[in-house]
Design a binder for this molecule. Sequence first.
Ligand SMILES: Nc1ncnc2c1ncn2[C@@H]1O[C@H](COP(=O)(O)OP(=O)(O)OP(=O)(O)O)[C@@H](O)[C@H]1O
Length: 677
Amino acid sequence: MASLPPLKRKKQEAGCETSKKRPPSHVGHTARSSYRDELPIAQGKPEIIRELQRNSVTILVGETGSGKSTQIPQYILEAGISRGKCIAITQPRRVGATSLAARVATERGVPLGTSVGYSIRFDENYCPSTKIKFITDGMLVRELISDALLSHYGVIIIDEAHERTLRTDVLLASLKRILQRRNGLPLGHDQPTNPLKVVIMSATLDARRFSDFFGGAELIYVKGRQYAVRIFHTPAGQPDFVEAALRTFFQIHTSNSAGDVLIFLPGQEEIENLLSSINFYARQLPQGVMPVLVYPMYSSLHPSQQSKVFEPTPYGSRKCILATNIAETSITIPGIKYVIDTGKCKEKRYVAKEASSGVDTLLTRDISRSSAMQRAGRAGREGEGFCFRVYPMHAFDSMVPALEPEICRCDLTAVILELKCLGLDVEGHDFMDDPDEEAVHSGLTTLSILGAIDKHQNLTDAGRKMAELPVDPKFARTILASGELGCSKEVIDVVSAFSVSSRLFLGTPSNDSAAVDAREKFKHPSGDHCTILNAFRAYQEVVSSASSGATKSWCAANSLNERALSEAMEIRRQLRKICGRIGINTDISCGSQVQPILRCLVLGLVQNTAFVQPNGLYKQVMGSSVMKIHPGSVVQMSHPAIVYNELVLTTQMYARGVSVISKAEVSSVFSHISHKF
Ligand SMILES: Nc1ncnc2c1ncn2[C@@H]1O[C@H](COP(=O)(O)OP(=O)(O)OP(=O)(O)O)[C@@H](O)[C@H]1O
């Protein structure tokens, strides 16, 4: 498809400051309105607008790439359906929210952050007069806490609803209640004063179920996609799907036809393996075969690295993106003509445990049919596309239609706390599918232990403050404790550094001597929390005194991930701001003392404490799980007691983010909370 001419920027819109951020790299090219008119959805525009005007709730199903996410919010705005109020469009993933906002801002010829903006955790770019806001579902749930009726939105669009993330399900249930409140007739009025419209969208939706959930909501099907995607299957199953993807890639590459390639793999490990194999074989190719630029894309990669995939491919080379399912829905990656689908994903499952906190497992499994269709839909967005599935047709046919909703398989602690803030109980909430009972029980136990709810399960003042902090409730409790124990300065830093999306230390100590040296340099005898604190503090000093080039080389010399550290700085800024708002003095320091920091950690992570056993393994104090310390930890010798951030189950159970504590510390915290379980 030919590149479109650049758009003229409109004059800055009233009430909005121009975005100070760098122009987004998500938008491959600009788009004039005639381009918008060519999208399949445009043919049904008058009808869609009529239906949206008529109904409170509309379920809209349309093929991948037909124009739902970029066009529907604009139709709503242009037809005045939102009555001058803001339109929220939820996205399950951060990259979807930011890239769609960038695209729509470009289509409308406005700077991002003015009339079109986005809001994702720890990053927002919108202003009071924003009219179209792309927002992650988790952030919209957070907005519910301060505005239970979401009253400043005229229309709320739940996009990619088929993914049934935990927060999407919370929103769907909340919207049902909000619709009753906002669309009912107040006494003495013959019209609602602030009605709300809800649109549920997806390409692969069990539309009837959603319609029934909303009492028989109107369904609209949008036919057609802009460009065809031809789908191929292997004749037989491929036991080594990574190798099969590698072969398929080089068949495409050596055929010399133009177009970039997107390969779907289950996780980071497979991505890193395939990345080095492609680079290795690409170097062996004869001269004349075009060079390959390989980019990884997974959720723990820093957002700025993720956004590299949207940059235009240099002339005469081929881009190959290796992605997990984070690239499966919502996004358009310019240049992608071929998709290779291994048919595998990682599924997160929470195993709830009595009294102790449960364990998150992340296991590889076959994808659903809905995912396979979404993956194919990433091709054919700018021209004809191809999808090579490295599994046979019968394997596709026997896939489950959709994965189990997250509400039936995830940790519910944070959601229960969020609902408590809305005055709601998870048990009485009208969800599309009932939450897992054990996870509800385990979440309530955790909140009671943390002091977020009292013995009648009512929200406490502490619980309300914890809900304000956009981190895991256990870390929120740790921060709250730091205000009382005089170490908020240190604890906020520790929590910020552990809340980043990627690892702070580069390399693995088992096979990288530079990584070992770096850890040694910052190592604190108490363990990972104060080691991370040392590294983060050292970085803060360098940032305040050195140029950005010097900071970069300092990070490289110390095997530290500069992007993760700068993300930690941003999280720190936001946490300090929220702490100030909820009455925690952020500048009290415990100086060189470590004890108060460890005490706060035990208060927040008391369910994550363990005592050493005669066989050298650790056993939970409040549960029965037995674990080893993760090899990436600086704590390697045996100690009587530890506190850890999380348990991960791979080949065995590992505790990650570990510090050494005394048994007496654990006992003293226990004596405070023993009546709660
Ligand atoms: N960043 C972008 N760069 C180039 N083209 C884009 C971009 N974003 C969207 N498009 C174009 O707009 C079309 C519609 O995209 P949109 O995201 O609205 O579709 P959709 O129906 O929501 O798809 P999906 O169900 O896959 O999320 C794409 O097929 C593509 O042609």
